[in-house]
Design a protein around this ligand. Structure first.
Ligand code: ADP
Length: 547
């Protein structure tokens, strides 16, 4: 069903006639090569993670043909990116840069404005420009995936780690500018970047951090990957989750490999949730937990083993707690409620001592059990955490997608304080919302000392229009419910970016007015990713584009 003939005519960029567009395409083909400009008029294929489309959102939660581009363009160098940007200004065509475009659950490769031109940077710009073993850093182009960077470091025999998210096929650079997270002590990807090179919406080139100092004889500054600041305002942040520039190079700090020990704790009662959070907070704040561990509900033990929901549950509606309990009993960790997946770092003695502190913190919670990798079978998820928490990219979490036929998923990702009563409040809203709209609740919390990224994974059947409608309604309602209590999302799917941006409206939308001021100054023609993260350029603003 995923490569049926197109139902609608191919999309054009907004405001362009067919002949305007074909003139523009001819113009661009001349400038960067005909083979690097591909019109999106063929049947759409959702593919799968490793063969993902760059024409639309593979996990379409609206009609498959709704969020589509008019064409995909493949620049091969920074100069060609500049050429495309100047071309877009000349023809007033919105362009939408992606690095790899596997941004699953947040919109994939789809442009926010249908008919925009997708700039697929990763296809031809995928060099690892530098790995510096002494400085423990690297510099990459947009198309470098976690797998590729990991392999390069292995091939060179360097004793260094990267930090990867749950799925290793994404772009190191793209994930960082979308402010994604991983799970080693360097899990905050944007915080561990060091220097960028950016093509601005007018085609000019900018380097941030120490990259602003030219090195001798046309070389790069030797401190570009050593110090994150330059002189004056620190501007890197405005290029994350924004549409102010196209990042063509980015530096990252790497970790030194170290001994590590992964483990999990299981808890007996769902109601222990706030107590677990209270026990975790001091551990995380004091640095006893040195990385970003995860707290997951036991239902995740079912879906991460690639099982079908229909194995446990007949018909419509979410699984009942009793069904989850019964199914969990058959699995290695048994009947429990929450599972805490952690890793301690350091030599064996130190890890032993750290584990003593962690065990003591959970000892008051009745029914708590402690598990090491050797206590569970080889295919248990704990072994996947051993890898991810030590910087080894894997694809294990794709097993979710067996839960339903034609499964797609959406993330609802609010930031909750690492405080029992607040976390419980957000969890209750999420549970109530899922119940109302008929979805299973799949909570994963990525934990830091003062906040947790609560990632609720809404799995839906892409062939079922009603499920898609309900998934959208659920997201919209949860965004509003959380905002009423003063909570907000760290990241969201394209469709909800306007709504989420509006919730950050303190001071009569002071933050958005500031962003719009920057947008209009940098991108007067409004060509770069209009609408991304709710930021619309003047040309589009208030003309019915906001959702
Ligand atoms: P990944 O495949 O790593 O998940 P994507 O390439 O899909 O990441 O990037 C996620 C989002 O970040 C994109 O939708 C796009 O809006 C933005 N983005 C990605 N790469 C760049 C870039 N090089 N410059 C500017 N924005 C980018």
């Amino acid at each position: 069903p995923h490569s049926a003939p197109r139902q609608r005519p191919a999309r054009l960029p907004p405001g362009l006639s067919e002949s305007d567009f074909s003139t523009a395409v001819k113009d661009l083909r001349q400038s960067i090569g005909a083979e690097n400009v591909v019109i999106n008029d063929q049947p759409l294929k959702d593919g799968w993670y490793l063969e993902h489309p760059n024409t639309h959102d593979a996990f379409h939660v609206v009609e498959q043909e709704e969020l589509v581009c008019s064409a995909v363009v493949y620049p091969g160098s920074t100069e060609e990116v500049q050429k495309v940007v100047r071309w877009a200004n000349k023809h007033l065509i919105p362009i939408y840069p992606i690095s790899i475009g596997r941004n699953v659950g947040y919109g994939g490769a789809a442009p926010r404005v249908p008919g925009g031109v997708v700039l697929d940077l990763g296809k031809r710009m995928h060099s690892i420009l530098n790995v510096d073993g002494e400085n423990a850093s690297c510099m990459v182009e947009p198309g470098v995936t976690y797998f590729k960077l990991y392999e390069e470091i292995q091939n060179r025999g360097l004793p260094l780690w990267i930090d990867c998210p749950d799925l290793g096929g994404g772009s190191v650079l793209g994930n960082a500018i979308d402010r994604g997270v991983g799970y080693t002590p360097a899990g905050d990807h944007f915080a561990n970047h060091c220097g960028m090179e950016i093509v601005l919406p007018n085609g000019e080139l900018l380097r941030t951090g120490m990259g602003a100092i030219p090195g001798p004889d046309g070389t790069d500054s030797p401190v570009w990957q050593s110090f994150q600041n330059s002189f004056g305002p620190k501007i890197d942040g405005v290029f994350s989750q924004s549409n102010f520039g196209i990042v063509t190079k980015m530096g990252f700090w790497l970790l030194h490999e170290m001994p590590h020990r992964s483990y999990c704790f299981t808890f007996a009662q769902d109601e222990d949730f706030p107590r677990i959070v209270e026990a975790i907070r001091p551990l995380a704040q004091k640095g006893v937990l040195g990385n970003i561990p995860q707290l997951r509900h036991v239902v995740q033990e079912l879906n991460v083993t690639g099982r079908r929901k229909s194995t446990f549950h007949d018909g419509e509606g979410p699984m009942t707690r009793e069904e989850i309990r019964r199914a969990a009993k058959e699995l290695p960790l048994g009947d429990c409620s929450w599972v805490f997946y952690g890793t301690q770092y350091g030599d064996a003695q130190s890890v032993e001592r750290q584990l003593g502190v962690v065990k003591a913190a959970f000892s008051d919670i009745e029914g708590t059990k402690f598990w090491l990798p050797e206590d569970v079978p080889q295919d248990h998820y704990l072994h996947s955490r051993v890898q991810v928490n030590s910087g080894v990219p894997i694809l294990r979490e794709l097993d979710w997608l067996n839960w339903l036929p034609n499964a797609g998923h959406l993330f609802f990702s609010p930031i909750t304080p690492t405080r029992g009563k607040d976390a419980q409040k957000i969890h209750d809203m999420i549970v109530a919302g899922h119940k109302k709209y008929g979805f299973d609740v799949f909570p994963t919390l990525c934990i830091a000392g003062r906040e947790m990224h609560y990632i609720a994974n809404v799995i839906f059947d892409r062939a079922d229009a009603d499920q898609k409608r309900r998934a959208v309604a659920l997201l919209r309602e949860l965004v509003d419910d959380c905002a009423k209590e003063g909570f907000g999302e760290y990241r969201t799917h394209l469709l909800f970016q306007d709504q989420v941006a509006r919730t950050y409206g303190w001071g009569d939308q002071a933050l958005m007015r500031f962003n719009e001021t920057i947008k209009d100054a940098l991108d007067p023609n409004g060509i770069l990713a209009p609408g991304r993260c709710g930021i619309w350029p003047k040309r589009f603003r208030g003309r019915g584009w906001e959702l």
